[in-house]
Design a protein around this ligand. Sequence first.
Ligand code: SF4
Ligand code: SF4
Length: 265
Amino acid sequence: MNDTAETLHFSCTLCGKCCHDLKLPLSVSESISWLRRGGVVQVLTEAMPWPVEPPADDGPAQHKRRRSFAATSGNQPIRVIVTLAASFDGPCPHLRDDMRCGAYEARPRVCRIYPAEVNPYVKLMPAGKACPPQAWTEQHPAFERAGRILDDQTVEIIRQSRDADAQDASLKERFVALLGYTKAALSNEGFAVYTPQPAAAREALEAVAAQASRSSLDRVSSDWTFVSNQRDTIEALVSIEARATADTKDDDGAFRYLGWRASNT
Ligand code: SF4
Ligand code: SF4
């Protein structure tokens, strides 16, 4: 697969697998565009206790800090990460029969960089990608060497994605406040997945985007509840005076819990 242990070769085979059954992370402006084209955007929430600020040289923690906003859970300071995701089962609504993108010029950044990773702390692993083995053979151009993506355009789009992620954190804070979302999974354990009505999501996103373009955003004060399907997690969160519940869906079905481990509650 590699000419050296550190070089990944890649070329898209147009198999279309990466355009099926997805939750595609989108920026705020991409979410508005996706909704305007008739798509569905889900809201994935995760949070973590944040009792003290991490050192400036703690790269992974600083990465989480940039893409999150401050809040509380009971007496515990926390940070909340909100991911907006274009969601579909089966083929993407824009996927054509010939496996080409029907929204090519407007496709989200995450589609433009695939199979590269946006998160600088996630290693690109072919086994974790939808692309078939023949996409990674040495006949193809070098795609990544020693952990660095080689194509300048892809590098630039990844940079834009990271910048948008950081800039959008305060807009997402306002957005979830408008929709009344206050439940989050513990980060690295899963997500609370909200599925707002597309019209309501679009209206709220357009409102926060318009406000951001006029002035700095008001701070929002919100108190969050952790949701978990792990008994130990709930006990640990309650012991630090955070709010935590094993109820993995609201009575009105507003969210459902998507956990990485089988429930033991
Ligand atoms: S927008 Fe285009 S590239 Fe992205 S998942 Fe849909 S069909 Fe694929
Ligand atoms: S899964 Fe990989 S090879 Fe297949 S269409 Fe997507 S990027 Fe191309």
